[in-house]
Write a protein that binds this ligand. Structure first.
Ligand SMILES: [Zn+2]
Length: 450
């Protein structure tokens, strides 16, 4: 099973300088490759990544565009992985684009990367670095200090160094052996989970899990910092005499204070992302650890995000990420993840008698069934209906008719273990597992094989 561990690097000033130059190189090479790809495609040629890379290798130490002020090839100071990986990435991006076009899905071709607007990162192949406990030896920079030791045993496939709000991270991708990736469940419940806006997740047990809404909480601070930044931008524009939109290829002068404010804003954004990530990790781990089957709605997140009123709240909770994490964690815990059809009326069915309440409005948080008279909490009722989809799908007895049983067992494109659909008791319960959602500590100490 492929798992990645992202570790913060305690980087010195010199290391930071190298990292940002390497990331800048990766970006520039990407842009060169994309430009060349487009140029060749326009001429009716069929560009490919390997040919482009060869073409680049011929010019990279001699073309004036790739020489520094003294006429020296500055690419020599950057490790070659940083400037060869963009070609592979570009090839992947194009093939994904063509696949999406072929399937009729909405698609966007690869785009040029812009400094400050794109994620800064570069790649290091697995034979170019090594890990020694709490440090890593990277090409060109040597030993760097890490905040954690690698969590996973297994074969290391590669790593990338990336920046988030001025901090650098080393993400190591590891092919973890099945038995090490497996986690045991503490309970064998079957739960329906209604993802919502008022509470992030409502369980069929009636429990409501509120999400921190870090963006909302920090909104005022974000506004203040954005305003400060935009004032600095305004001053910079005035200094060069630009009015309105900044024309292409114009570089505004960057003052010390603008840099400081921009950093403050990006640190704020990074903090928001961390709070969100922490919550999602904890809740998804808990759900997978305590249940043998989880049913969630196959929400149309993109469609919901176009609803302006809801979009900020939904993006703030991170529905998409919840689902992504449930998918891979379900594999680790041997939990079945069931996706209910997007059109399954989980809110409108009475979970007691199965009557469909056609007139239920979105604003109604509580309603009473007209047939059996049960009082329902909207979200809990929906979660119960979802749960029943699992018990149905798993072959357990259910007396109620289900309106549309569009169940994809072990979804996520066949990611779930084969033979899903059988309710099995928890076989072994081992170790103390805290509710933190973090990996068990013993994984840190386990012997690592490379
Ligand atoms: Zn009823």
């Amino acid at each position: 099973m492929l798992l990645a561990h992202r570790i913060r690097i305690d980087a010195s000033a010199a290391e930071r300088d190298y990292f940002s130059r390497a990331a800048g190189t990766a970006r520039r090479v990407w842009n060169w490759a994309l430009g060349e790809w487009q140029r060749q495609a326009a001429l009716g040629l069929r560009p490919n990544a390997m040919a482009l890379k060869k073409q680049f290798n011929r010019i990279k130490y001699s073309d004036p565009a790739w020489l520094d002020g003294d006429g020296k090839p500055w690419l020599r100071s950057i490790h070659r992985d940083a400037h060869s990986q963009p070609f592979l990435n570009l090839a992947k991006a194009w093939s994904r684009y063509f696949d999406q076009c072929h399937d009729g899905r909405p698609a966007r071709p690869p785009r040029f990367k812009k400094k400050g607007r794109c994620a800064d990162s570069f790649y290091i192949a697995n034979d170019r670095f090594r890990l020694e406990g709490m440090s890593a030896v990277l090409p060109k920079v040597g030993r760097v200090k890490l905040r954690e030791a690698l969590r996973w045993p297994g074969r290391i496939l590669g790593a990338s160094v990336s920046r988030e709000a001025g901090e650098w991270f080393l993400a190591i991708q590891v092919d973890v052996p099945e038995q090490d990736a497996r986690r045991s469940r503490t309970r064998d419940g079957v739960v329906g989970v209604d993802l919502g806006v008022t509470s992030a997740a409502t369980l069929s047990t009636g429990e409501k899990i509120a999400a921190p809404r870090p963006f909302e909480a920090a909104l005022r601070r974000v506004h203040i910092r954005s305003r400060r930044l935009s004032r600095k931008l305004q001053m910079a524009k005035m200094a060069v005499g630009v009015v309105g939109r900044i024309p292409k290829n114009t570089r505004l002068p960057v003052s010390k204070n603008r840099g400081k404010v921009a950093n403050a804003l990006s640190r704020q954004q990074a903090r928001i992302a961390r709070v969100r990530r922490d919550f999602i990790h904890k809740v998804t781990t808990r759900l997978c650890r305590e249940n043998q089957a989880i049913v969630i709605e196959d929400l149309h997140v993109k469609g919901m995000l176009t609803n302006a009123r809801l979009s900020r709240v939904i993006a703030d909770i991170g529905f998409y990420e919840i689902r992504r994490q449930l998918q891979y964690k379900a594999l680790r815990y041997g939990t079945d993840l069931v996706l209910a059809d997007r059109w399954y009326p989980s809110s409108k069915l009475c979970s007691k008698c199965g009557t469909k309440n056609e007139d239920l409005a979105l604003a109604e948080r509580n309603w009473t069934c007209g047939v059996c008279g049960t009082e329902h909490d909207r979200d809990v009722n929906a979660a119960k209906n979802l749960q029943r989809l699992a018990t149905n799908a798993l072959g357990a007895a259910t007396a109620l008719p289900v309106a549309s049983l569009a169940v994809t067992l072990g979804t996520a494109a066949g990611l779930a273990p084969a033979g899903g659909g059988k309710v099995t008791p928890v076989r072994y319960e081992h170790g103390q597992q805290d509710g933190s959602g973090q990996e068990e500590n013993d994984a840190h100490c386990r012997q690592r094989s490379r």
